[in-house]
Design a protein around this ligand. Structure first.
Ligand SMILES: Nc1ncnc2c1ncn2[C@@H]1O[C@H](COP(=O)(O)OP(=O)(O)OP(=O)(O)O)[C@@H](O)[C@H]1O
Length: 200
């Protein structure tokens, strides 16, 4: 079984990558679903309590709690699928990467999705899923929080970097190649440097 994890700053294209996986028959496990399920178990509305429950899970069960709870979901999805791959959406912290590498060894491939701040801000503005998509300050805050959790280190540790500054069609092609175990060469130098763009 191949397990493909994705990591990327807000608006980089993780949701699009997950949609390509679904189209390819590759099951998607979203780490946020672990948190949403825990909210429901505690009788709380995920829309309001997501952040608080993510913190509580880590405090109560250790910093890798969300990754650990994702493992059985990944194994179940792999058991049900016709393909040999599962996509895991939403790695954030180095300790989560460590857990997946420990558990899945060479079967685990980490894919970083990158695009500069301005490009991501514009796309989120167009997506407009909620108010925070439209608010530049909120995006900066969100991304600073992600980087505090160590997302920059996770991005730097990726096996494959998929740059998403070009068209959606080009991005989807590259994701498809990665899912098929056949990634194109990395983007040219400088194109993947989005963590440095925060706040600009
Ligand atoms: N190459 C592209 N060209 C144009 N639009 C794009 C491209 N890649 C992604 N988008 C659009 O940009 C928006 C953000 O992408 P997406 O939702 O996949 O990001 P994400 O990494 O999942 O963000 P978040 O972490 O905030 O959920 C979406 O509306 C998506 O359709």
């Amino acid at each position: 079984m191949r397990v493909i994890g994705t990591v990327g700053l807000p608006g980089s294209g993780k949701g699009e990558a997950a949609a390509v996986a679904e189209e390819e028959g590759v099951p998607v496990v979203t780490m946020g679903d672990v948190i949403r399920a825990e909210c429901r178990d505690r009788g709380l509305d995920p829309a309001e309590h997501h952040g608080e429950i993510a913190r509580a899970l880590r405090e109560e069960n250790g910093p890798a709690a969300i990754a650990e709870r994702s493992v059985p979901l990944i194994e179940d999805a792999a058991g049900r699928a016709d393909t040999d791959a599962v996509l895991v959406d939403g790695l954030r912290a180095p300790v989560e990467l460590e857990r997946f590498r420990e558990r899945f060894g060479d079967e685990f491939t980490l894919v970083a999705i990158t695009a500069p701040f301005d490009v991501r801000a514009e796309r989120l503005g167009e997506r407009g899923r909620d108010d925070s998509d439209l608010d530049l300050e909120a995006l900066r805050d969100r991304e600073e929080r992600e980087l505090e959790f160590g997302m920059g280190e996770v991005i730097d540790a990726a096996d494959v970097t998929v740059d998403n500054t070009d068209t959606l069609a080009a991005f989807r092609d590259r994701v498809r190649a990665v899912l098929r175990g056949n990634p194109a060469p990395d983007a040219p130098d400088g194109a993947t440097d989005d963590a440095a763009e925060v706040g600009k």
